[in-house]
Design a protein around this ligand. Structure first.
Ligand code: SF4
Length: 329
């Protein structure tokens, strides 16, 4: 049975206006995806490809210079691009939670763990007194903090990096969200702690049915965590597919290049690196934005922007090569 769509992002365009609005940076330029209950979507791509701006657009946390100029973000039937900041604040922390890369940026060093985990439960679920204390302890237990009745009296600096990230997870869950956006949440953790944290997120997802957007540049994490993957390049999704499909039969040359640059256990082959640099988003090359770096570039790619092609296996790729393959009799 098809699960309900929690989030539908359609034609999302977010631009930055700098130098008094004279310079326009198309950070997100026509992004489409759907996320269902209990599903995990990986957003991958190099730095500056638009992953984080896509997420900030969804939750209305864009910096002052950025504006959504087109498209819709429909969360549980409501278009968030039409909400006021006040309405968005109510949705964030309760129905949508965000986990950032640096836990210290999300935790207040002056407040106890209890106060920080209790706040969303106090405001959004109106819990008080003993019920609030029990809720905080159960959230800390859910993220595997040992002796929560003691640890909740401590401050962030008394915890290890892994524990702090788990506390951020507990705060994210405190409002009972339907969608969690995790932006590179394991970057600052060492490998063993990282693996434990990813297992924890998966367990929580299984128990709560929460939908998850996982932003990362680590394809190993994508393989472990995600059901679907959207590969971003220069503000667009250039390929989107089920995780197995993407790893087994990548369709876009950029996806192939990303997979080729992944280290392989025991391989003596030198690592492949993608030639050139990502483009300047304020001055994109004509045609396909990837054409200056693409090993398969054709004359058409330099003048005509490719559209989305759907080969029929549920994947979508934005590349003329695929168009040519599909056009063959
Ligand atoms: Fe490469 Fe052309 Fe495909 Fe762009 S459209 S990825 S340049 S083959």
């Amino acid at each position: 049975m098809a699960r309900d769509a929690v989030l539908q992002v359609a034609g999302l365009q977010t631009h930055f206006f700098t130098f008094g609005g004279t310079r326009v940076v198309r950070a997100v330029d026509g992004v489409d995806f759907t996320l269902r209950e209990g599903e995990t979507l990986g957003l991958v791509g190099e730095s500056g490809s638009g992953k984080t701006t896509t997420c900030l657009s969804i939750v209305g946390l864009l910096p002052r210079a950025a504006r959504i100029v087109g498209g819709a973000v429909v969360f549980e039937g409501e278009d968030l691009t039409r909400k006021s900041q006040r309405e968005l604040r109510r949705i964030r922390g309760r129905r949508i939670a965000v986990i950032l890369q640096d836990p210290m940026a999300s935790l207040n060093p002056l407040f106890t763990i209890f106060r920080q985990v209790a706040e969303p439960a106090f405001f959004h679920q109106r819990l008080r007194g003993r019920s609030l204390r029990e809720r905080v302890q159960s959230l800390l237990r859910a993220v595997r903090i040992p002796s929560p009745e003691w640890r909740m009296r401590e401050y962030p600096h008394q915890m290890s990096g892994g524990m702090r990230q788990r506390i951020v997870g507990a705060i994210a869950l405190a409002g009972g969200p339907r969608l969690v956006i995790a932006d590179e949440p394991t970057t600052n953790l060492d490998v063993t702690i990282q693996a434990q944290y990813l297992d924890l997120l998966k367990d929580i997802q299984r128990d709560t049915g929460v939908a998850l957007i996982f932003v990362t540049h680590n394809l190993g994490i994508v393989a472990k965590m995600c059901d679907r993957v959207a590969v971003m390049y220069a503000g667009k999704i250039v390929e989107q597919a089920a995780v197995r499909e993407l790893f087994d039969a990548p369709k876009h040359p950029y996806t192939r290049a990303l997979l080729g640059s992944m280290p392989k256990l025991g391989s003596k082959e030198p690592l492949y690196s993608i030639r050139g640099q990502p483009p300047n988003l304020a001055n994109l090359p004509p045609g396909c934005s990837f054409h200056p770096r693409c090993p398969d570039v054709m004359p058409r790619c330099m003048t005509e922007e490719p559209r989305d092609f759907r080969p029929g296996d549920g994947s979508v790729a934005r590349c003329w090569l695929l168009g040519d393959v599909l056009a063959r009799p």
